[in-house]
Design a protein around this ligand. Structure first.
Ligand SMILES: O=C(O)CCC(=O)C(=O)O
Length: 275
């Protein structure tokens, strides 16, 4: 177990968790270097002029070294604590963000299903683009959900800008920290610059029953590289698969297989490596 009981309770109760200094300065230095290389080489990072967000999906899959984040005991430990040891890695975006990100959730599920790990690669504070969350908004019984209130409508509803919603929490981070949140948690950022560097890893629960598998498939319809317009021939890059350890393959197997069913036109059939 990586998270203690209080951290897990906090995450489930409030829908987010800040883990300071998960990675040390030397580690975050190579992570940042690899991230920059991915954005510049595989994304349109070179053309980023600050007028809008530049995004790539996936991110870690394009760098052999970043792929090893899926072998890291801290990442695997945290994800296993929350989702179970058989969780699946579900890709993630890499960004040069520009300006504000409005309030939104990344999905709505009747129970715990999907989380996001966010790595902010520049120091960010409340008013310079850190992640903000609305605590408890992931819960089906939160008033945001029961009353169908959208924080995006704050000006119309309450005469205040979205950046001033009472009770939001700012996860001020320095590189090396990790921010984790449920897909369901309302989140946003305000006041960031024109080249705010950040990447994510999405992680979901393993599907076992037919309804759970249907939920996994529905997730893949919305959240995978091709769903975001990036055709890489499957759920993962060959690099991710070919460099996988047996343990990592367990985190990839289900979505590799389901991707072929959900996106047959955009899947180049290939077996998983065998050991
Ligand atoms: O950092 C931000 O601007 C928001 C991040 C976000 O919305 C996300 O990762 O889903």
């Amino acid at each position: 177990m990586y998270l203690n009981e209080q951290q897990l309770n906090f995450f489930h109760t409030f829908g987010f968790l800040h883990v300071p200094e998960l990675f040390g300065p030397e580690e975050i230095a190579w992570i940042t270097e690899e991230f920059n290389n991915v954005l510049q080489t595989y994304g349109s990072g070179k053309a980023h002029d600050g007028s809008k967000r530049t995004m790539i999906v996936p991110t870690i899959d394009h760098s052999e070294r970043l792929c090893t984040l899926l072998d890291d005991a801290r990442i695997v430990g945290i994800a296993s604590d929350i989702l179970g040891a058989d969780f699946s890695y579900a890709s993630g975006d890499g960004n040069y963000y520009t300006g504000d990100t409005g309030w939104h959730a990344d999905g709505t599920y009747p129970e715990l299903f999907a989380i996001k790990m966010a790595f902010y690669l520049d120091p960010v504070t409340r008013d310079t683009g850190c992640l903000r969350v609305l605590p408890g908004s992931h819960r089906a019984d939160s008033f945001w959900r029961t009353e169908n209130v959208s924080p995006r409508d704050s000006q119309k509803l309450w005469g205040i800008p979205p950046s001033e919603i009472p009770g939001d929490v700012a996860l001020e981070t320095t590189p090396g920290d990790l921010a984790i949140f449920y897909h369901d948690t309302f989140h946003a950022s305000f006041g960031g610059g024109k080249r705010r560097r950040m990447f994510t890893m999405n992680l979901i629960k393993h599907g076992k029953t037919e309804p759970e598998l249907a939920r996994v498939d529905e997730y893949l319809r919305r959240h995978c590289p091709v769903a975001h317009g990036f055709k890489i021939g499957g759920m993962y890059t060959d690099l991710m698969l070919d460099t996988a350890t047996p343990d990592r393959l367990h985190l990839l197997a289900q979505l590799h297989e389901r991707h072929a069913l959900v996106h047959p036109q955009d899947t180049r059939p290939r077996p998983l490596p065998s050991f």
